[in-house]
Design a protein around this ligand. Structure first.
Ligand code: PBG
Length: 328
């Protein structure tokens, strides 16, 4: 007998919530989430980021409260971005022991030692020109930038960061950082590499949040070109060769094919970054009651995981953790 209708009726597996949940192939867990945070100087600062409702720039005291709430909801890791007191051509505050990120790492590790603190290794939030590297003759110079990225990573490790995440898209950045960490004695510090990071319009709201928009030109000379997927595989392969422990595809939603291809091809843990613009679109449409925000959020995060991501970096982390707790 051939397995087909009327013997086969796939609707049997969809008949009620119990059976649907039993056969469910992809399950989100709060363990998957990495919660990004924006840290700023000052006290009692919680300033709204207009395109990202629910996400604020936080001073250290507010940061501790926010991370505490995330921890109570079961979130085990955060990713830090900093807004420096002053910006300069070399992004000095990024690698200063008293820099905003270094302070943030110390206060989080002191209050919540088990919280995994991941730090973005990049210059764009710290440079006055807003680019991810050093400018030489009007270009973003790759090789001189490597030295600074390595300095940032070591400085973050010294402050207590658990994982460093280079996102500048400079060639050789993972090797430079691995070597510097090893030389400084941090042989066990993992690197989460933003390997396939595309030059994307979806970062718009982040640049408001982190005040990191490039002051001239754009990032197309170093971040990946959206039409390319084979090149994304080369980026990931090179990062693995250079010592990446975890690799990433970013953004997530418009790049599910890249996530899926990376999952097929590599055995490394794979992170996907559900970026600011993806968050803003959902929030704006939900605000207008054009979509059901909760339903769409769950659908999007499930899709990113179904495509093959192990870890989801998402601004939705807290609200989803809350919904999941309600559902238990
Ligand atoms: C830093 C960095 C960016 C994002 C993460 N790290 C901005 C950029 O590359 O312009 C974007 C994250 C988001 O949009 O949520 N280089």
């Amino acid at each position: 007998m051939t397995a087909r209708f009327p013997n086969v009726r796939l609707r049997r597996l969809r008949d009620n919530a119990g059976i649907r949940r039993m056969v469910q192939e992809t399950r989100l867990s709060v363990d998957d989430f990495i919660y990004p945070l924006f840290v700023t100087h000052g006290r009692d600062v919680r300033s709204e980021i207009p395109p990202m409702p629910g996400i604020d720039q936080l001073s250290l005291d507010q940061l501790i409260q926010e991370v505490g709430e995330a921890s109570d909801l079961g979130i085990k890791s955060v990713l830090l971005f900093g807004i420096p007191a002053a910006k300069d051509p070399e992004g000095t505050e990024a690698y200063s022991p008293g820099g905003i990120i270094q302070e943030a790492i110390r206060v989080i590790k002191q209050a919540l030692p088990d919280m995994l603190v991941i730090t973005d290794v990049c210059l764009c939030e710290f440079t006055d020109h807003g680019h991810c590297g050093i400018i030489q003759d009007g270009r973003i110079d790759n090789d001189s930038t490597l030295e600074l990225l390595a300095k940032i990573a070591v400085c973050q490790a010294e402050a207590g960061a658990d994982i460093v995440a280079p996102s500048a898209m400079m060639d050789g950045q993972v090797r430079a950082i691995r070597t510097a960490l090893d030389d400084a004695g941090y042989v066990d510090k993992p690197i989460m590499a933003y390997s396939a990071k595309y030059a994307s319009g979806f970062y718009g709201p982040f640049r408001v949040a982190a005040d990191s928009a490039p002051q001239f030109g754009d990032r197309t000379g170093y971040q990946m070109d959206p039409p390319d997927i084979r090149q994304a595989m080369r980026e990931i392969e090179l990062d693995i060769e250079e010592g990446a422990d975890i690799v990433m595809v970013k953004p997530a939603l418009a790049y599910l094919d890249v996530i899926s291809a990376a999952r097929e091809r590599f055995d490394h843990p794979l992170a996907a970054y559900n970026v600011s613009g993806e968050y803003s679109m959902v929030k704006a449409a939900a605000e207008n009651e054009w979509i059901d925000g909760r339903r769409v959020t769950m659908e999007i995060l499930t899709a990113i995981k179904r495509a093959g991501a192990d870890m989801l970096i998402t601004y939705h982390a807290k609200e989803v953790a809350r919904w999941m707790a309600e559902r238990e």
